[in-house]
Write a protein that binds this ligand. Structure first.
Ligand SMILES: *[C@@H]1O[C@H](CO)[C@@H](O)[C@H](O)[C@H]1NC(C)=O
Ligand SMILES: *[C@@H]1O[C@H](CO)[C@@H](O)[C@H](O)[C@H]1NC(C)=O
Ligand SMILES: *[C@@H]1O[C@H](CO)[C@@H](O)[C@H](O)[C@H]1NC(C)=O
Length: 236
C-alpha cells in the first residue's frame, strides 16, 4: 500500500518534469521561428521610406492650399495606384474612408491607404491638435508631415523636436516619445515591421476609455479587409 503510493508520487513527479521540458522546448522553437521571421521580413516590403517622403513632398507642393489635406491624400493615392501594379500591392482608393482613432491618449482620424502583415500606410491627423504617447512598437514608423506641425519630446534631451510639412519624423522600433500635434496637423504615416502586433495599441483605448464601438467596428473592418486583399495577392 505504502510503496504503491510512493510509486504514484514518483510517476507524477516525472510527468511534471516531462511536461515542463516539453513546454520549454515549444517556447524555444517559437522564439527561434520568430527570430528567423524577423530576419527575413524585409523581403515583403513594397514601399520605401525615401520614395514615400518624396511623394509626400510632391503632394504638398501640388496642393492648392497648404492646409488642403483632402487634396494631398487624393494626390498620394492616385500616385501610388499609378506606380504599383494591383497584383503587387492592394491599396484602398476611397479617400473619404476616414475613421476616428484613439491611441496612447491622443485622438485623431485616419484613412487607411494600405495595410498588410509587414507594412501599413495611413493618413493620420486632426484639425484640432492632440497630444500623447507614441506607443512602443514592433515596427519602424515614418511620420511624413503634410499639414501643420508635430512636436516630440525625447528625454534626456530637454528641447522639443519640431517637424514641419515636408519633413519626416522617424521613430525606430522599440523607441518611445511624447508627441504633440500642435493645433491642426496631418501626416502620411508609414510603418514597416510586424503590423498585427501594433493593433493592441491602436485599439486598447476603446476598451479602457472611449467605448467607441462604432469606430472600433470600422477600424477592424477596414484593416481586416485591406490585410485580406493583400494576403490574397500574396503580399504579406
Ligand atoms: C509619383 O511620385 C513620385 C515622387 O514625387 C514621382 O517621382 C513619380 O513620377 C510619381 N508617379 C506618378 C505615376 O505620378
Ligand atoms: C484652410 O485655410 C483657409 C484660410 O485660413 C480656410 O479658409 C480654410 O477653411 C482652411 N481649410 C481647411 C480644410 O482647413
Ligand atoms: C467611400 O467611403 C465612404 C465612407 O466610408 C462611403 O460612404 C462610400 O460609400 C465609399 N465609396 C466607395 C466607392 O466605396
Amino acid at each position: 500500500m505504502v510503496s504503491a503510493k510512493a510509486k504514484t508520487a514518483k510517476a507524477s513527479e516525472s510527468g511534471w518534469f516531462v511536461k515542463w521540458v516539453l513546454r520549454g522546448a515549444w517556447l524555444a522553437l517559437f522564439a527561434a521561428v520568430c527570430g528567423w521571421l524577423d530576419t527575413i521580413k524585409d523581403r515583403w516590403y513594397v514601399f520605401t521610406p525615401e520614395s514615400l517622403h518624396e511623394l509626400a513632398q510632391a503632394a504638398i507642393a501640388a496642393a492648392p492650399a497648404p492646409n488642403d489635406t483632402a487634396f494631398m491624400a487624393q494626390y498620394i493615392v492616385d500616385n501610388l495606384t499609378a506606380t504599383y501594379p494591383s497584383d503587387v500591392i492592394a491599396l484602398n482608393t476611397n479617400a473619404s474612408e476616414w475613421v476616428l482613432s484613439n491611441a496612447g491618449g491622443a485622438m485623431g482620424a485616419m484613412y487607411v491607404i494600405h495595410a498588410s502583415v509587414t507594412e501599413y500606410l495611413i493618413v493620420f491627423g486632426t484639425p484640432l491638435g492632440t497630444e500623447g504617447h507614441t506607443g512602443m512598437h514592433t515596427a519602424d514608423d515614418y511620420f511624413n508631415i503634410l499639414v501643420g506641425e508635430q512636436w516630440a519630446f525625447n528625454p534626456p534631451q530637454l528641447e522639443m523636436e519640431v517637424y514641419r510639412p515636408g519633413s519626416v519624423h522617424h521613430l525606430p522600433r522599440g523607441k518611445v516619445k511624447q508627441y504633440k500635434m500642435h493645433e491642426g496637423c496631418f501626416a502620411l504615416e508609414y510603418a514597416r515591421g510586424w503590423i498585427p502586433l501594433m493593433m493592441p495599441f491602436g485599439l486598447m483605448d476603446v476598451f479602457s476609455s472611449t467605448l467607441d464601438y462604432w469606430s472600433l467596428y470600422h477600424t477592424v473592418r477596414i484593416s481586416a479587409r485591406e490585410m485580406l486583399k493583400n494576403i490574397l495577392i500574396g503580399k504579406i
